[in-house]
Every structure is written in structure tokens, then in C-alpha cells.
Unconditional design. Structure first.
Length: 384
């Protein structure tokens, strides 16, 4: 749903009914994760993609049918058939479980606010009693609003609690809910779409490499900050792709700024008077990635200095130094790709090896709730 949030927000504001097809299950190799949607309005306008092109035509027709007939939500399964190479299916060999439903914004009045770009969570019932399927609930700040189907009863409150918890993590997930007579009698499968604030990339050192990294980080969806204690170098003109440029001592700035497990800290100064206090603090914070630029000699000296100021071996194991993957990068732009590639691999717990040298599915998940930066999936064995 959130992959087409801008359009859905406009359609909801215009009270324009539409059909929504949402991926609610993925098995094996499939191009897009749980929570990805296609929508079709009454004029036949379509937005979004759920398969990268493999099954879009069939999904479009199902959406038109549900919208025209005003019927109950439908489920559709798409897989790969060796028996009929021309059948509608996924050429990558995976399987998709798709929920198609008609959405009248007047029946879901909270959706417009939930899709307006602010941090929010939308809990979407995708499995359970027939009368509950397709019901939605939105968490907006410290309040939640539900469809009439859910109301403010125990099921709605239980869904709101789970959606609130997912909003705090900043991750979309498919979660089981219910089976408890006191809190939620119905047994449901709920897809919680999370529109979280952008993850942060903190770049320390106003150097040419920082300018290229700021551009790459912003392209990947990070809120980028460049920080340097030297006002002559730390200027907005030098870093047009950064969301903010801060003139401050790196350690002091990091100590007073908000971070979380999605935050990437990139230290590009390779100057001990900045690096050591900064890294000593960063290695004690719950950030997702910490990398430092420098030669192998600089790295060895840095480790020695960090040990001298009390940094433990366990903490040092979190430090990615020299920063980046071995791509043979030389220019600032190539180096930015090297660094961001390592950040992606680290967040995904991937090897960083060429795919030709790796067996198994291209994208990997887990049997429980799978967490990713931005939009994630859950209760999925594997995604391609």
C-alpha cells in the first residue's frame, strides 16, 4: 500500500473508490515483498506493481472485476507452471498470495490521514473471519482510528497495540493476532503497513567523499546530515544533497542527536582528534552501522587508540574499517557506492559477494517477522 501512498492519498481525499490488490504472502523467489500493492480506480487508471510485470495484467482484470461487482474481497494465487509456459505466473519461480478488495474511502475515512506522508501505521486484516477481511485501522501519533467493522472493541484495541509497536520499530510486518477471549477473540492475520520517518545517515567530515556519499544516501532514502567542526568547509553549498549541514564538533553533535537501530554513522575525517572521541561514543550507541575511512595503517592506529581509551573488543567488532566493500573504488562517487553497498549488505546480513558465487534465493527472509529498513515483510520463508 505504501508504495503508492501518494496516489491513494489523493484518491481518498477525492472520495474516489478503487480496487486494491496487496501481496499478503510470498514463497520462494518473487520480485516484491509483502505489503506491495496495485490500485485501480473506476476510470481504469492503475498505479503500482506487485510482480515487476509478470502478473500485472491478470491482477488488473481482477481489480476491475471487484470494483465493478462491488463484491467481497478475493484471494488470488500466482506461481510458476512448468506445464504451461504461457500461463499467467511468475517467471522467477516464486509464489504470490494476493488480496484484492474494493476500497470506498467513505468506509475507511482514516486512510487519507494515514497516507499523507507523516509517520503512521495502517493495520490491514488479510485473513480471518470473512466479515473482517479487508478491514483497516490507522495509528496516527498517540491516537488510532478504525473502520466501523472494527470499532473500538477488544479486537480494534489489540490491532492498535500491535500497529503501534510496529510503528515504533519503523518496519512493516505481517503478524498473527487473536485467539484470546479477553483481548482479541478472533484469530486474524494482520498486515501492518508502516510509514516511518526516514532512517538517518550521519556523515562526519566535510570532504569530497562526503558530498558523493550524501547524494547516494539521499537516493537510498536516508535523511542525510553532514557534520564538521570547520565552518569554512561545512556549508550547504558544498553539500546540496544533504538534508542538513551542521558545524559542530562531531562527538558533541552525535551525543545530542537522535539515533536508532536504522542509523548509519560514516566517519570520513580520518583525523584522530575527531575520530577517536566520536567512535568511542558511536560504538556505545544502538546504531545500525558504523564505518570509518582510512588506510589499513590508519585503521591499525585507530584500533590501538580506541583500546587505549577503553573500547572493548566486542565493541570494536562493530566497526567497519576501512569503510566500504572491495569494489576497486577510486573516485568519490565510486567510494560512495562502495560504502552504501556495505551498508545495505550489513543491514540485510548479506555476504556482499557476487550473486554468481552465492547459491539459494536472491533475497532472504526468516520464518518469523522479517525486519528491514523502510518497508519490510513478515511471516515469509523466503523472498527472491
Amino acid at each position: 500500500m505504501l508504495n503508492i501512498a501518494d496516489t491513494l492519498h489523493r484518491w481518498c481525499r477525492e472520495d474516489r473508490p478503487f480496487a486494491l490488490a496487496t501481496v499478503v504472502g510470498v514463497t520462494g523467489s518473487a520480485p516484491l515483498p509483502v505489503g506491495t500493492s496495485v490500485a485501480v480506480d473506476e476510470d481504469g487508471t492503475a498505479v503500482g506493481s506487485i510482480s515487476g510485470g509478470c502478473v500485472e495484467g491478470e491482477v488488473y482484470e481482477l481489480c476491475r472485476e471487484v470494483l465493478r461487482d462491488r463484491g467481497a474481497p478475493q484471494r488470488a494465487w500466482f506461481g510458476y507452471s512448468d506445464d504451461d509456459a504461457f500461463a499467467v505466473g511468475l517467471t522467477c519461480g516464486g509464489e504470490l498470495d494476493v488480496l484484492i478488495q474494493r476500497v470506498d474511502p467513505r468506509d475507511h475515512p482514516h486512510l487519507a490521514d494515514a497516507l499523507d506522508g507523516r509517520p503512521a501505521a495502517v493495520a490491514h486484516v488479510v485473513d480471518g473471519p470473512e466479515e473482517w477481511i479487508g478491514a483497516t485501522l490507522s495509528v496516527l501519533g498517540d491516537r488510532w482510528i478504525a473502520d466501523r467493522t472494527l470499532g473500538d472493541g477488544p479486537t480494534g484495541r489489540a490491532m492498535a497495540d500491535r500497529a503501534t509497536a510496529q510503528l515504533r520499530t519503523g518496519r512493516t510486518a505481517l503478524v498473527p493476532l487473536g485467539g484470546d477471549a479477553d483481548t482479541c477473540p478472533e484469530t486474524l492475520s494482520v498486515l501492518v503497513h508502516v510509514a516511518a520517518t526516514r532512517p538517518r545517515m550521519l556523515i562526519f567530515g566535510a570532504v569530497d567523499f562526503a558530498a558523493a556519499l550524501a547524494r547516494a544516501g539521499r537516493f537510498l532514502g536516508y535523511r542525510v546530515t553532514v557534520c564538521d567542526a570547520r565552518p569554512v568547509f561545512a556549508t550547504a553549498e558544498r553539500f546540496p544533497h544533504a538534508d542538513e549541514v551542521v558545524v559542530d564538533w562531531p562527538r558533541r553533535y552525535l551525543a545530542q542527536t537522535a539515533v536508532d537501530t536504522r542509523t548509519a554513522v560514516c566517519v570520513l575525517t580520518h583525523d584522530a582528534k575527531f575520530d577517536i572521541p566520536l567512535l568511542r561514543l558511536a560504538l556505545d550507541l544502538p546504531v545500525g552501522y558504523i564505518g570509518a575511512m582510512g588506510s589499513r595503517r590508519t585503521h591499525a592506529e585507530r584500533l590501538l587508540r580506541l583500546r587505549e581509551v577503553g573500547v572493548t573488543q566486542e565493541q570494536l567488532a562493530r566497526l567497519r574499517s576501512p569503510i566500504g566493500l572491495d569494489l576497486g573504488a577510486r573516485t568519490p562517487e565510486e567510494t560512495a557506492i562502495s560504502i552504501t553497498a556495505e551498508i545495505i549488505a550489513h543491514a540485510s546480513r548479506a555476504s556482499g559477494l557476487p550473486l554468481v558465487r552465492v547459491s539459494g534465493p536472491i533475497h532472504r527472509g526468516s520464518g518469523a517477522v522479517l525486519e528491514t529498513a523502510g518497508h519490510g515483510t513478515g511471516m515469509v520463508s523466503e523472498t527472491c
